[in-house]
Design a protein. Structure first.
Length: 557
C-alpha cells in the first residue's frame, strides 16, 4: 500500500480512533494471553512427566490454563464486537462523506463518467474496506507483538534454535512478494469490472422503453452476462492467489516445525521437558501470525486499489457553495453576458465572445439551431459550469464572486429534460421550498396551469409520480417542474424548451394563461417554437455560439 493510500485510510478512520485504539488494545491483550499459554503448558508437561499429575502442584496450572482460555475467549469476543461495530460506523460515515462530496462536484465531473461507475464507489468499493478496517488496521500492532513475543521467548529458551526459526522469515516475505505482486492490478481490474456491470444495469433499467421497443432484450442480457462472466474470471484469479497464500505459508511454517523437532532431538538432554514443550508451542504459536500475515497482505493489496479510486474522487475539487465572496443581495433581475466564451474539454468552443443584456422584468427568447449554445447560457447563468473567458453579471454584479446558494436561490429553472423524484406531486413541487404552506403549493400549481390535471389524479397532490415522473405525461411533468420553479418566487426564470412536450393547442393555452404569471420576473425563454416566442419582448438568435441577430418581437403578449 502506498503512503498516500495509507494516509487516506487513516483520514477515513480518524473519527473513530478511540474505538480502534480500544480494539487494538483488546487484540494486544489477547496476544499477551496467547503468549502465556506455551509457558503454562510447559510447566504442566513438566509436572506430568515427573509423575505429579493430579497432585496439588499441577492443579493450579490446570486451573490457570482454564482461566487463561476463558479470559482469552472473552477478550476475543470483546475485540471482535468493538472492531466490527467500529468498521460498520466507519463505512457508514465514509459513504455519507463520499455521497456529500459527489453531490458537491460540478456537473463536468459527471459528463466524463457513467453513473453506474459512480454508484459502485458507494457500494462495492466501500464494502471492500470492511475487513481492512475491522481486522488489519487495528491488528497490525498485535500481530507484530505476537511474532516478536514468540521469537523473544524462543531466544530465551534456546538461542541457537531461535536463530534457525528466524531464518524462515525472509522466505515468508519472498513468497508474499512473488504471489502478491499480481493482487494489486487484479484488485483494480475487478473494481473496474464491477463498476462496468453496475453502469450497464443502471443504464439499461433507465432505457427499458427503448430496449423493449427495439426488442433488444436478448442483446442487452448477453452484454450484461459477458460483464458478469468477466468479473467471475477476475474473481477466480484473485481467489486463487488469496487461497494459495495461506496454505503455502502454513506449509513453510510446518516444514520449519519438523526441522526444529529434528534439530531438538539431537540435544534433548540439554533442556528440561518444560523448555522443550514451551519452545515447540512458541514455534507453533508463531504460525498463527504468519498465516494472518497472508490475509493481512492480501487485504492490504486489495484495499490499496480501493483507496486509490476513492482518493482520486475525493481529491476532485467541489463547487464552492460559500466562497470568500459576498452573498448576492436581492436582485431586480437584469442579466448581462460580457465577452463570454465556453467550451467543454476536448470539444470545440460552444460560445465565443458572447455579449447581450436583458433588462429587469423583460422576457427574452433565445433561439437557434441545435448545438448553437442555448442551454449552455442557462447553465452558465446558474453557474453549473463556469466560463473560460468573460463575465456573467446580474444587476451589474459578477456572479463568479458570489456564493452559489445566494445565486441559485434567486433563479428558477425548468430544464429541457425534466427531472422528478419518486415521490408525491406535492413533494416534487415543494422540493425547493420544503417549508412551503399548502396554499403556496396550490398557488404555484395554479400559476403553472397544473392544478386542474393534478386534482384529477387518483390521489390528487398525494399521487406518486414514479421514478423520474414516469406515471405522468411529458406535458404534465413540465407543468409540475414549472410549479416547482415558481414556488421559489424567483427574480429570474429560465424556461428551457418548457413547452416541448405540449401539443399545439396545449401550448397556446399554456402561453396565454402564463403571461400574467411571468410578468413579475425576468424570463429567459430557450425555444424555437412560434407560440412560445410570442411571449418574448425580444428574440436573440444564436448560431455556432455567436449572437447573429437581435430583434424586437412585434407579436409579444
Amino acid at each position: 500500500m502506498k503512503r498516500t493510500e495509507f494516509a487516506t485510510m487513516l483520514d477515513f478512520a480518524a473519527p473513530f480512533k478511540t474505538s480502534l485504539a480500544l480494539g487494538a488494545l483488546l487484540m494486544l491483550a489477547e496476544s499477551s494471553l496467547a503468549l502465556a499459554v506455551p509457558w503454562l503448558a510447559g510447566s504442566l508437561a513438566q509436572g506430568m512427566l515427573t509423575k505429579t499429575a493430579g497432585t496439588w502442584s499441577t492443579g493450579p496450572v490446570l486451573l490457570g490454563l482454564l482461566a487463561l482460555f476463558a479470559l482469552q475467549a472473552l477478550v476475543k469476543f470483546a475485540s471482535g464486537f468493538v472492531l466490527g461495530r467500529t468498521a460498520e460506523r466507519c463505512l457508514a460515515n465514509l459513504r455519507v462523506r463520499l455521497y456529500d462530496h459527489l453531490q458537491a462536484l460540478p456537473l463536468g465531473f459527471y459528463h466524463q463518467r457513467r453513473r453506474g461507475e459512480v454508484l459502485t464507489l458507494l457500494t462495492h468499493d466501500v464494502e471492500r474496506l470492511n475487513g481492512f478496517i475491522s481486522g488489519i488496521l487495528p491488528g497490525m500492532v498485535p500481530l507484530l507483538f505476537t511474532m516478536a513475543g514468540a521469537v523473544w521467548m524462543m531466544f530465551r529458551i534456546d538461542a541457537r534454535l531461535a536463530v534457525f526459526v528466524a531464518l524462515f522469515v525472509p522466505l515468508f516475505y519472498l513468497l508474499l512478494k512473488v504471489l502478491g505482486r499480481r493482487l494489486r492490478p487484479l484488485a483494480a481490474q475487478l473494481q473496474a469490472a464491477h463498476a462496468g456491470a453496475t453502469a450497464i444495469a443502471e443504464e439499461n433499467l433507465g432505457m427499458l422503453p427503448v430496449i423493449k421497443t427495439f426488442t433488444r432484450e436478448a442483446h442487452e442480457s448477453e452484454r450484461y452476462q459477458r460483464q458478469v462472466h468477466h468479473i467471475l474470471q477476475l474473481s477466480a484469479q484473485e481467489r486463487r492467489i488469496m487461497v494459495a497464500l495461506g496454505p503455502l505459508l502454513q506449509f513453510l511454517a510446518a516444514a520449519g516445525m519438523v526441522l526444529v523437532l529434528w534439530l531438538m532431538s539431537g540435544h534433548l538432554h540439554e533442556s528440561t521437558p518444560a523448555e522443550t514443550i514451551s519452545f515447540l508451542l512458541y514455534a507453533a504459536l508463531l504460525t498463527r501470525p504468519v498465516s494472518a500475515l497472508a490475509n493481512f497482505y492480501g487485504q492490504t493489496r486489495q484495499a490499496g486499489g480501493t483507496l486509490e479510486r476513492l482518493g482520486l474522487v475525493l481529491a476532485e475539487p467541489p463547487e464552492a457553495m460559500e466562497p470568500t465572496g459576498h452573498p448576492l443581495p436581492p436582485v431586480e433581475g437584469a442579466v448581462e453576458f460580457k465577452d463570454v466564451s465556453f467550451g467543454y474539454p476536448g470539444r470545440a468552443q460552444v460560445l465565443s465572445k458572447l455579449n447581450f443584456c436583458i433588462r429587469a422584468g423583460e422576457t427574452v427568447a433565445i433561439t437557434g439551431t441545435n448545438g448553437a449554445g442555448k442551454s449552455t447560457i442557462a447553465h452558465l447563468l446558474m453557474r453549473l459550469i463556469t466560463p473560460s473567458e468573460g463575465q456573467v453579471l446580474i444587476d451589474g454584479i459578477d456572479t463568479a464572486g458570489v456564493s452559489l446558494v445566494s445565486l441559485r436561490a434567486q433563479i428558477g429553472t425548468v430544464p429541457q429534460q425534466v427531472l422528478l423524484f419518486h415521490g408525491s406531486v406535492h413533494d416534487n413541487i415543494a422540493y425547493g421550498q420544503p417549508g412551503a404552506t399548502e396554499s403556496a403549493v396550490l398557488a404555484a400549481a395554479k400559476a403553472a396551469q397544473a392544478h386542474d390535471f393534478i386534482t384529477q389524479l387518483p390521489d390528487g397532490y398525494n399521487t406518486l409520480v414514479g421514478d423520474q415522473g414516469v406515471r405522468l405525461s411529458g406535458g404534465q411533468c413540465q407543468r409540475v417542474a414549472l410549479a416547482r420553479a415558481l414556488l421559489k418566487a424567483p427574480r429570474i426564470l429560465v424556461l428551457d424548451e418548457a413547452t416541448a412536450m405540449f401539443d399545439p393547442e396545449g401550448e397556446k393555452s399554456f402561453v396565454s394563461e402564463c403571461q400574467a404569471t411571468l410578468a413579475h420576473c425576468t424570463v429567459i425563454l430557450i425555444t424555437h417554437r412560434p407560440a412560445s416566442l410570442a411571449l418574448a419582448d425580444r428574440v436573440l438568435r444564436l448560431e455556432h455560439g455567436e449572437l447573429i441577430e437581435t430583434r424586437n418581437n412585434a407579436h409579444a403578449h
